[in-house]
Design a binder for this molecule. Structure first.
Ligand SMILES: NC(=O)c1ccc[n+]([C@@H]2O[C@H](COP(=O)([O-])OP(=O)(O)OC[C@H]3O[C@@H](n4cnc5c(N)ncnc54)[C@H](O)[C@@H]3O)[C@@H](O)[C@H]2O)c1
Length: 244
């Protein structure tokens, strides 16, 4: 498939994990992909090794100045943006009385505010391209677990924001999200085999998911094949939500 041939995409948090899989998938289908991430080493390595056209720019997705710089790079080189994948996140665990205000702000800024900044920065080229935005939300937007206070608030906000943006910018730009369940990424680096097996056992699939399985859903929602899908959220969770 070459669904993104000639198009330009931005993937925030694209240096590793689900974002890296999204960048690889979009590039493999013909897009020029800008990975916008704070991890310079991983981002540059990904760009060097990618099979398609993947480029890295250091960008803190919670910072308006970094978005402005990214916009200059992308629009300066191509004059267009077709696809924006809002995937970067931060998560500082704890109940409300335990989280420092600065950690609450960090979680909300990188996970939620970044999505708003991306749209604010790129809405005109996205409109011109009749493009698509896909946000990577989470099952935590819909079900609650002890210890995820700020993250759940941010993801619940992100899923609502995506629906709202679909309403604001239809029919020019489509906005959809995915809600991954347990997906084995670098984020799970310190997780034991037993915990990974337990997490997989909480799904109908009986296993944790792969970043590429989320990327396939993101690519579908970003593509013209999803031209009649707007304001939706697709769980990519092995049936985790259904089982709950
Ligand atoms: N892995 C899972 O089980 C899971 C489940 C549900 C949702 N998600 C969501 O998937 C998305 C990707 O998670 P992942 O598991 O691939 O994580 P990951 O830790 O493997 O990758 C996250 C990437 O985001 C980057 N990043 C962090 N702060 C940033 C910032 N301020 N600006 C730009 N980039 C920044 C990191 O450098 C990293 O490359 C997140 O939105 C996460 O909430 C993941």
């Amino acid at each position: 498939m070459n669904r993104f041939e000639g198009g330009v995409a931005v993937v925030t948090g694209g240096a590793k994990g689900i974002g890296a899989a999204c960048a690889a998938r979009l590039a493999s289908e013909g897009a020029t992909v800008y990975v916008a991430d704070v991890d310079e080493e991983a981002g540059r390595r990904l760009a060097e090794r990618a099979e398609g056209d993947v480029r890295f720019q250091r960008c803190d997705a919670s910072g308006a100045e970094d978005w402005a710089a990214l916009s200059s790079t992308v629009l300066g080189a191509h004059g267009r943006l077709d696809t924006l994948v809002s995937n970067a996140f931060a998560s500082v665990p704890g109940a409300a009385h335990e989280i420092a205000e600065a950690d609450w702000d960090l979680t909300l800024d990188v996970t939620l505010k970044a999505a708003y900044l991306g749209v604010k920065t790129f809405i005109e080229p996205l409109r011109a391209a009749r493009g698509a935005v896909v946000a990577v939300s989470s099952v935590h937007a819909h079900r609650s677990h002890p210890g995820y206070t700020a993250y759940a608030a941010a993801k619940g906000g992100l899923s609502a924001l995506v629906r709202q943006l679909a309403v604001e910018y239809a029919p020019d730009v489509r906005f959809n999200s995915v809600a991954p369940g347990p997906i084995l990424t670098t984020h799970w680096a310190d997780t034991s085999e037993e915990e990974i097996e337990f997490a997989g056992g909480q799904t109908l699939a009986g296993r944790v998911g792969r970043p590429e399985e989320v990327a396939a859903a993101v690519a579908f929602l970003a593509s013209g094949e999803a031209g009649y899908v707007n304001g939706a959220e697709l769980p990519v969770d092995g049936g985790w939500l259904a089982l709950k």
